[in-house]
Structures are given as structure tokens and as C-alpha cells.
Design a protein around this ligand. Structure first.
Ligand code: BG6
Length: 476
């Protein structure tokens, strides 16, 4: 049997993409609540004027305000996860529910909500895997400090982390610090609440924000180990598998360069220090990082217990300007289209072997247990007149990725703790804000304009995944 007996099968969501109830239970406006939906979403979050306008005045439809109303449906949804046999359920805590303004006293109604959600998981024998911060923060921290660009936010986050680590110490055994920390470098507002007024400042601001998040991440690891010695706390990175477009040495060098940039933040979290090449690179780019001696000591003494990652697709890299224009869509890493691969409806290239490569790469690099905390296919689902959704394309995608995991465990001896597919119930897409980009085993009747009954129904993949879990990955 390839998968260990205690392998953690399950699914994942994030608070802001699922909960809705954006001003209920004492929650304040969060950064994710001020971004409109639609194909232009990425452009909007990169436009400082648009973000400031949205913060000042919420006009139009913001998908995270309702999302799929998990806030009021979590009991029904967790029961469905249990029916599939989930061993683990990944979600995040909304910082703005716990500290609506980022400071002051914790909000009891917010804390009680997660108490009840984790109790519901326990009732069904499901382990919660909780991300402390998944692309959101109280919006006042952006207006007051420009988000993670300021070190002022570090003690506020530490207070938040200690509050929830203490409150849920008997309910949560698996924690993650920051979701896809490397994405801060590409999308500073979404990842870190940072508004970049002058594009020339993007690198300086985003690298400093990422550094401040690393300090907060290490403080969270320290707090977790003190408060809950039996719990495990991990890092989370968007994994990148990229192939040199040709065998020209320059293309391989380009791949190496991109890879090193992609993983340097995880290097700090999992190895305890900045890799020397990155300090050189930042110096060359004119970035002046405010790193203190205490930061360095903190990093060295508080490395994570495991490395978690998301994996959806791969890309190719080249230095040839004639080919470099062909980027494909949905690509924020900067790679180009690989002619050997097929793409999803949103242009993400499908590559199960790329997952095995990522697993091996990360295991070689960190020698730490791994956890795949996001993987899946965002697709348009058609509801048949009888209400069924025959999502064979999703089954096919997941089957091939599970096979890749299996090979990595069985043949490559990678230590993998678990697998949570992304958007196990349909949720709002992070990159486009659309509901029509669906990942779930459970269909939610809600459209791109926030209209629908929010009724839940099982797709064909629901029964498929149930069998996968029942057979511990033997029946695919
Ligand atoms: C990851 C994020 O980057 O990808 C999730 O951690 C996100 O929040 C997921 O939803 C899939 O991306 P999208 O844009 O299809 O929702």
C-alpha cells in the first residue's frame, strides 16, 4: 500500500472565499472585501487608485461579501465532508473576525464562531488544518500602516496568533502561518495588504513586506511550540515547476533563477536563514531590507515542522525574446506556455508529473515532511436538468495527480503527510472573483453576481473522492 495508514485525505478552503457574512458577528471590513470580481480582478488589485476608491466607498458587487455563506452553512458543509470520509479539513481564520481593527480586545463572537466550527469537525472525526493568514487582514491595517510594508504590524499579528493558538490549543493540531507567502512578491495587496503607489517601489515594498511576514511567521512558530507542544506548524508556498523551453544553458539558468526567487522565503522558514544568493540579488536590485540581528536569531531558532504547498500547473521558461511573449493565461509566475501540455478553461497548464517533480524538489531541498494543501481543477460545471453535475474532467485531473503523489511516496520515498484538494466545496475564485471557476465536489447554487439559492448538491466527483479515501488511494 503506497499511502501510509494515517494519511490525511481531505479538502481546503479559505475564510474569505467561503464564509461571506462580511460584517456579521463583529467582523470588520477586510482587504479581501474591497476587490471586485471578474477577469480584471488582478489588474484591479495592482491599481492603487482603484483599491483606495474601493476602501473609501464600497460600490458595486464584491464577491467575498456573500461568498458561499459558509458562515451560516458550515454544519451542513462539514457533514458533507464527513460523508466523503475527510480526515482533515483546511480552512483559515479571518483576522478581522478576531481583531476587527487589528488591535484592542479580541472579539468574542468571532472566537466563538471558530470554536463551534472546530467542534463540528471534531464531532465528525475531522482534523482541522488552520491557516493563520490567507490573503486578508483588517482593512484599517492597510490604511493605517500600508499593511505588511510596516513592521508595526508584527506585534499585532503576534497577538492575534497567540490569541487563536491559545484559544484552540485543544482543538487544532495542524497550523500554517501564511498562505502562499511567495505571492506577496507578485501581488502585494492581495498577499500583504500593501498598496504600491509608485511602481518603481514595488520590489522594495513587497520584499520588505515579505520579510516582515517572515518575522511574524517565526514568532507564530515560536508561539505554537510554546502553547501547544504537540501541535505541528508549517509554511505554505505556491510551488512552481518550470521546464527550460530548450536545452540552451541560458534557459536552464533562467529556470534556476526563477526557482530560487520563488522559494527563498520558504528557505528562511524551513532552513532558518536567507540564502546568500538572494541577499546579493536584492542588493543588485537596489532593495534595502530592514533585517535586524534579532530577526536573524528568531529565524534560526524557529523553523517550521513541515512544508506545505499548493500545486495546480507548471510552465516553461526561456530567455529567447521571440518565444517569451507566449505567456498563456492565468500565469503570475512569469513563465511561458508549454506546447506539450493541455490547459484548463482558465489557461492553467495541466501537468500531473509536475506535481511529482515538485514533491521531489521540495523534499530534496528541505528534508522535511510535506503536505499538499491545494490542488485541483477550476472548471465550468454544467448542471443537468435532473440536477446532476458530471464532472469527469475533474475526476480525471485529480486521479492523475493522486497517481503522481503515489509514485512520489512509493518510488521516491517522499514523506507526505496529507492531501487537501482546493475548493472541496465551490467557493469564490481568488484570482478572478468568479463563482463560475469551480473546484468543488459539492456544487453551490450561486452565480458571478451573487445570485442563487446557495443550495448545496453533490457532483459526480463526490462519490469518486469518497471511494479514493475509503480505499486509502487504492481505488482511483
Ligand atoms: C491559490 C490560493 O493561489 O490558488 C487560493 O491560495 C486560490 O486562495 C487558489 O483560490 C486557486 O486560484 P483561483 O484563482 O482559481 O481561485
Amino acid at each position: 500500500m503506497a499511502f501510509p495508514k494515517n494519511f490525511l485525505w481531505g479538502g481546503a478552503i479559505a475564510a474569505h472565499q467561503a464564509e461571506g457574512a462580511y460584517l456579521e458577528g463583529g467582523k470588520s471590513l477586510a482587504t479581501c472585501d474591497v476587490i471586485h470580481g471578474g477577469k480584471g480582478r488582478i489588474a484591479e488589485i495592482l491599481d492603487p487608485a482603484a483599491i483606495k476608491t474601493n476602501i473609501a466607498k464600497q460600490e458595486g458587487y464584491f464577491p467575498e461579501h456573500i461568498a458561499v455563506d459558509f458562515y451560516h452553512h458550515y454544519k451542513e458543509d462539514i457533514a458533507l465532508f464527513a460523508e466523503m470520509g475527510f480526515k482533515v479539513f483546511r480552512t483559515s481564520i479571518s483576522w478581522a473576525r478576531i481583531f476587527p481593527n487589528g488591535d484592542g480586545d479580541p472579539n468574542e463572537a468571532g472566537l466563538a464562531f471558530y470554536d463551534s466550527m472546530f467542534d463540528e469537525c471534531a464531532k465528525h472525526g475531522i482534523e482541522p488544518l488552520v491557516t493563520l493568514s490567507h490573503w486578508e487582514m483588517p482593512v484599517s491595517l492597510t490604511t493605517k500602516y500600508n499593511g505588511w510594508a510596516s513592521r508595526e504590524i508584527i506585534p499585532l499579528f503576534e497577538r492575534y496568533a497567540r490569541t487563536v493558538l491559545t484559544r484552540y490549543k485543544n482543538k487544532v493540531r495542524y497550523w500554517l502561518t501564511f498562505n502562499e507567502i511567495n505571492m506577496t512578491l507578485h501581488m502585494p495587496f492581495m498577499g500583504a495588504g500593501v498598496i504600491v503607489d509608485n511602481p518603481a517601489q514595488k520590489k522594495q515594498l513587497s520584499c520588505q513586506a515579505a520579510h516582515n511576514m517572515l518575522v511574524a511567521s517565526a514568532l507564530s512558530v515560536k508561539a505554537c511550540h510554546e502553547i501547544s507542544p504537540a501541535a505541528k506548524i508549517g509554511s505554505m508556498v505556491a510551488a512552481m515547476t518550470a521546464y527550460p523551453y530548450s536545452c540552451k544553458p541560458e534557459d536552464t539558468w533562467e529556470k534556476t533563477r526563477m526557482e530560487r526567487e520563488n522559494y527563498y522565503l520558504t528557505d528562511v522558514q524551513a532552513r532558518g536563514s536567507y540564502p546568500p544568493f538572494v541577499l546579493k540579488l536584492l542588493e543588485k536590485d537596489g532593495v534595502k531590507l530592514d533585517i535586524t540581528a534579532d530577526d536573524k536569531k528568531l529565524f534560526a531558532e524557529n523553523i517550521v515542522d513541515f512544508v506545505s504547498f499548493s500545486y495546480y500547473s507548471s510552465s516553461a521558461v526561456t530567455t529567447d525574446p521571440a518565444i517569451a511573449g507566449d505567456k498563456g493565461t492565468g500565469n503570475i509566475f512569469g513563465g511561458i506556455k508549454n506546447p506539450h501540455l493541455k490547459s484548463s478553461d482558465w489557461g492553467w497548464q495541466i501537468d500531473p508529473l509536475g506535481l511529482r517533480i515538485a514533491l521531489n524538489f521540495l523534499y530534496d531541498r528541505y528534508q522535511k515532511p510535506l503536505f499538499i494543501v491545494e490542488n485541483g481543477l477550476g472548471a465550468v460545471d454544467k448542471v443537468e436538468p435532473d440536477g446532476s453535475v458530471n464532472d469527469d474532467y475533474r475526476i480525471e485531473y485529480l486521479r492523475e495527480h493522486v497517481k503522481a503523489m503515489k509514485a512520489a511516496i512509493e518510488e521516491d520515498a517522499v514523506e507526505l503527510w496529507g492531501y487537501t484538494t482546493w475548493g472541496c466545496i465551490d467557493i469564490v475564485s481568488a484570482s478572478t472573483g468568479e463563482m463560475s471557476k469551480r473546484y468543488g465536489f459539492i456544487y453551490v447554487d450561486q452565480d458571478n453576481d451573487g445570485k442563487g439559492t446557495l443550495r448545496r448538491s453533490k457532483k459526480k466527483s463526490f462519490g469518486w473522492y469518497k471511494k479514493v479515501i475509503e480505499s486509502n488511494g487504492e481505488v482511483l
